[in-house]
Structure formats: structure tokens, C-alpha cells
Design a protein around this ligand. Sequence first.
Ligand code: NAP
Length: 284
Amino acid sequence: MILDGKALAKRLSVSLREETAAFTAKHGLAPCLATVLVGDDPASAVYVKAKRKACARNGFISKHIELPASTTQDELLALVHELNDDAAVHGILVQLPLPDQISDRVIIDAMDPAKDVDGFHPESIGALVLKRHCFVPCTPKGVMKLIEESGIDCSGKQAVVVGRSPNVGLPAALLLMQANATVTIVHSRTPEDVKKAVIGAADILVVAVGRPHFVKGAWIKEGAVVIDVGINRLDDGRLVGDVEYDTAAERASAITPVPGGVGPMTISQLMANTLQAARDAVAP
Ligand code: NAP
């Protein structure tokens, strides 16, 4: 089975559009996402453009701010405070990575947690750990939605997450555990032989490393579900994931393509989080 995130995101967007229209009719305002792009990283520009297009498609207001690569941390902080105070803005997305002179962490920490639709603020992550009302980071939320909507039950399964970044791997592992999988995390300090053995035992494998074809098809257990979060651009311009797709697809029972797997689900869940932020703002 191909886990087609593009098709699922399209399906989910039908109900999202209806819910957004109902919200707008009831409250006389549309959910508003502020996107902030600092510098001229081409990949970041593509991601932000896709998010703004999703806003337009789904009846959201998109407030977009572009700043030069020379922007100081204080200037960006001032903008974040301004957006925090702007009642018309429900969600704030500062596209990462930021230029070297700006600390991602300082900017994320300055954000109003009620507008942290990326789910990166320490309060959001704490609430996620404790299973409280929160913004779940969009990529791992999208991964779980893709698994659930494909009828795959995590309960009792051995899940392995390769990567432990705070934005992807770590929350993905938490969510899989909360879905009652038994979870192991593989990271850069996992010895090579342990890594292969652990990956080979996975019923559900989520890979978020950022290295093309890092996980070989031959390592994967026959019948495993493989979720490839990685997006890597090769020298010839092709986009590939962290998993060697062709060989993995021969062994997996279900697998995400790259592109068209997790990527569209991330944007879909960003929209869902922004609608949630708008709802919370009108009825806290
Ligand atoms: P990241 O912050 O760079 O984290 C990479 C993780 O991989 C780290 O935890 C690192 O371990 C681990 N790692 C590095 N080398 C390893 C090795 N040899 N063996 C095992 N683990 C290793 O990256 P990220 O933000 O999580 O993103 C990962 C990938 O997902 C990237 O390709 C990114 O572009 C993609 N991505 C896609 C979406 C989407 O919507 N599809 C969204 C976000 C990210 P340590 O912690 O030990 O250093």
C-alpha cells in the first residue's frame, strides 16, 4: 500500500474548508496565519509559499512578512511581539532555519504559546508530553494522521523512530507511544549493529534523519509500515527521502512516497492547528 499523503491531505481539506467556512460565518472573521520568512533560503521560500497557498485554498487569511537575511535577533523579536499582540493574528509561523545571527530557540520561546501553531514552544512540548490540550507539531501529527486514516493500528506494535529532533523525531516517538506502540528511538550515537537490529525489528518505522537513502530496503522487516519524513534534494535536482524507496517498497506492507507522503500532511495539520488557534481565541 502506498501511503498517499497528497490524496489524504486533499480529502481532509474538504472538511477543513467546511469547518473554516462555518467558523467564519459564525464569528465574522477568518482564521489568520502570519508567516515570517527571514533571508533568501530557496527551500524555505518554497515551504512558505506552499503554506500561504494552503491558506488561500482553505479560506484562511495569510499575513506574510519577509525580512532580509541581515535582520537582527532584536528586530525579529520585536516582530514576534507585535504579532503576539495583534488580535487579528491567530497563528504565527516563523520559517526555520533562521540566519546564523538569530537563535531559533530565542524566537520560538518569545512566541505566544496560544499562537504557536507549529507546536515548537516549550509549553506546547510540555503539554504534549502530559497529553494536555496543545498544538501538536505538524509533521509528527501528520504522520499519525496518515497512519490512523490508513487503518493501521499502532497498539501493541514495535515502533522505531530514527531521529530525535525536537520538531519531528521526538514528538513522533511520543505520539506513537501514546497510541500504545512500544517505541525505540535510534539516533546518531546508536552503534551501527544495534541500529540495523532495531530497525529490522520495527513493525512501524518512522525515519527523520535528513540523509538521502539512509535506511536501506534490506534492513526493513517484511511487512513493516515505513514512514519516510526525509526530504533531500540530490545534485541532479531530484527530491528523495531518507529511505531507499525501491528496495524498501518490495518488503514493506505500506510506505510513503517522497514527495507526496508526509510533506502534504504537514501543511494539512498546520491548517488544522491554525483553525484550532482561532477557535481557542474566540472561546478560550
Ligand atoms: P534534524 O533536526 O537535523 O535531526 C536529525 C536527526 O537525525 C537527529 O536526531 C540526529 O541524531 C539523527 N541522525 C543524524 N545522523 C544519524 C545517524 N547516522 N544515525 C541515526 N540518526 C542520525 O532534522 P529534522 O528536522 O528532524 O528533519 C529530518 C528530515 O525530515 C530532513 O530531511 C527534513 O528536511 C525532513 N522534514 C520533513 C518534513 C516534512 O514535512 N516532510 C518536515 C520536517 C522535516 P542526534 O540527535 O543524535 O544528532
